[in-house]
Design a protein around this ligand. Structure first.
Ligand code: PEP
Length: 264
């Protein structure tokens, strides 16, 4: 179902506040994790002012160490929903566990499947039964075909509102960037599939100074959207402060991206 042979036209996903896919450019941004109702609202105001229509934030955090901050669960979902509603934005948040599908469905507009769960087939099947868009991140060691096959698990359940995300893969050099942003995956995926292709250069870069140059490359290569992490006080962010842009940096980057998108 992912193949262009099956569906030659670009899939366009329409949410309440966003049009995703085709010639449109969609900006998703917000904090890595939901820290407090006030914080997510403040970050939402900043990213909306810069042109984002989708507010991101994690209430369930997939941390490498079980001793790291794990997110604030339903309390975070509520705060995220309230901020998105107040600002007139869509909400995207990560789901980690099949047991949380109903809970997350109650709050979110878009389900996010993270890199660590790209091949969690039980989760993909469960999301295939929902009727909300799914943002599927490429596994950090997954091939392009692995990513496309994972999307089939969602589509097989009858949910064809799928976005695919390149967020950086593991290669031999992770000293300077957290992952290697696979720029080539963008035009390749666009040739192979009709689903919208979105880039996350925050997790690819791992360091804020590289987030914007990679994002410029991603949009120039044809990505139809970008997800970015921001924080007003990156040093004190609960999660991944090193890769967070400040609101000012985000706004400057977004202005450039819009110009790049106009000429491609
Ligand atoms: C995230 O977007 O919060 C996240 C954890 O991303 P990834 O799954 O790409 O690591």
């Amino acid at each position: 179902k992912a193949s262009r042979a099956f569906h030659p036209e670009d899939t366009i996903i329409k949410t309440k506040h966003s049009v995703i896919g085709g010639k449109h450019l969609v900006l998703m941004a917000g904090p890595d994790s939901i820290e407090s109702p006030e914080h997510v609202l403040e970050m939402g105001k900043d990213v909306k002012a810069a042109g984002a229509t989708i507010l991101r934030g994690g209430a369930f955090k997939p941390r490498t160490s079980p001793y790291s901050y794990q997110g604030n669960g339903e309390e975070g979902l509520k705060a995220h929903r309230a901020a998105a509603d107040q600002l007139g934005m869509d909400m995207v948040t990560e789901i980690l566990d099949t047991r949380d599908v109903d809970l997350v469905d109650k709050y979110t507009d878009i389900f996010q499947v993270g890199t660590r769960n790209m091949q969690n087939f039980a989760l993909l099947k469960a999301l295939g039964k929902t009727r909300k868009p799914v943002l599927l991140k490429r596994g950090m060691s997954a091939t392009i075909d692995d990513l496309l096959n994972a999307s089939e698990y969602i589509a097989a359940g009858g949910n064809d509102q799928i976005m695919l995300m390149e967020r950086g893969i593991r290669t031999f050099d992770s000293k300077y960037t957290r992952n290697t942003f696979d720029l080539g995956a963008i035009p390749v995926l666009q040739k192979l599939t009709h689903y919208p292709i979105i880039a996350d250069t925050s997790h690819a870069a791992g360091h804020s100074e590289f987030v914007a140059p990679l994002a410029q490359g991603a949009i120039a290569a044809g990505a139809q959207g970008l997800m970015t992490e921001i924080h007003n006080d990156p040093k004190h962010a609960f999660v991944d402060g090193a890769q967070a842009l400040t609101p000012e940096q985000y706004s400057a980057m977004a202005a450039k991206l819009k110009k790049i998108h106009e000429v491609i």
